[in-house]
Design a protein around this ligand. Structure first.
Ligand SMILES: [Zn+2]
Ligand SMILES: [Zn+2]
Length: 307
């Protein structure tokens, strides 16, 4: 999640579910009707979208102004407010007494003869409960998770890492829009891996064994009607149709052709834009022409998606 800065952007990282149908929708709803200048100022004080959402308070230790927690051990992974994992059927927080927890683990063959380990697990569990009671947090001393020094807005368009950063949402507080960028490969699949990617003249970052860039798929308004997140997501990730089956072939021919191509792992599917039957390597699939036309309509950078 980023904020427009000059010709580029600066922003924060998000680890999971960053595609439009999740993070795009979440961000859009979050921004609706809010002061985007204030949002931008606030966001850029953080290193991570989750840290921003938590208001900079670590859900495990209660620390403030720290980096996004990492190296989180399973014991505290679920021990976050408000229910501290008590409702999870897997968390040790569900046991009412030490006796109940002890008997539970003793009943499994793989825990036979490991009494000491069971006892130390019980001690750990009760220490965490005491921590929660006393401080409100399961791991106030950071025994089960870590923090680094906080580096605000650490991802920028000058070093965007498009191989690993698959989606970028650039908020423009002036225009009240979000530019949605997706990463795309130039098709390169071999070569020796480089220590760090090098920016080529064509806008791709060359990693040695592959090359990627961010390209705008859509520009959405934070005030208008809710965008079609599924379309935005699919239009960027759909496979390019390899064969047109309409017009020249009958349905039966198409079926037979698909059967014959099974060994090549082609699928018979429909273009997500025009609905016509196509052959592609995976679903969803789209005609090159249909993709460019749709991206243009969505306010994306169709030129960056050519080829
Ligand atoms: Zn913490
Ligand atoms: Zn089509």
């Amino acid at each position: 999640v980023a904020v427009k800065r000059g010709d580029g952007w600066a922003g924060v990282y998000n680890h999971c579910d960053s595609y439009p149908t999740w993070l795009g929708r979440e961000l859009w709803k979050h921004l609706r009707g809010t002061d985007l200048k204030l949002f931008a100022e606030e966001l850029l004080r953080y290193d991570d979208w989750r840290n921003y959402l938590a208001g900079g308070v670590c859900p495990y230790c209660g620390g403030r102004g720290l980096s996004q927690p990492h190296s989180i051990r399973g014991e505290i992974d679920e021990r976050i407010p408000p229910d501290y994992g008590r409702n999870s059927q897997y968390s040790n927080a569900r046991f009412k007494s030490k006796k109940e927890m002890r008997e539970y683990y003793r009943s499994f063959p793989r825990w036979f003869g490991r009494e000491d380990e069971i006892e130390s697990m019980i001690e750990e569990e009760w220490r965490m409960r005491q921590n929660i009671r006393k401080t409100g947090y399961a791991d106030p001393e950071c025994k089960y998770h870590k923090h680094d020094p906080l580096v605000p807005a650490r991802i920028t368009s000058e070093d965007p890492d498009p191989l690993f950063i698959e989606w970028v949402y650039v908020v423009d507080p002036e225009q009240r829009t979000i530019d949605i960028l997706a990463h795309r490969s130039d098709g390169k699949t071999d070569g020796p891996m480089k220590g760090c990617p090098v920016l080529r003249d064509d806008g791709y970052w060359d990693y040695g064994h592959c090359a990627y860039r961010h390209a705008r798929v859509a520009k959405v308004s934070t005030d208008g009607e809710e965008p079609d997140w599924r379309l935005i997501e699919d239009i960027a990730s759909a496979d390019t149709a390899r064969a047109n089956l309409h017009g020249k072939t009958t349905e039966r021919d198409a079926g037979a052709l698909a059967e014959a191509l099974k060994g090549n792992q082609f699928v018979l599917t429909n273009c997500i834009v025009c609905g016509k039957e196509v052959l592609a390597e995976y679903e969803p699939a789209v005609h090159e022409r249909c993709r460019l036309e749709t991206i243009r309509k969505l306010g994306g950078d169709a030129d960056a998606w050519k080829g």
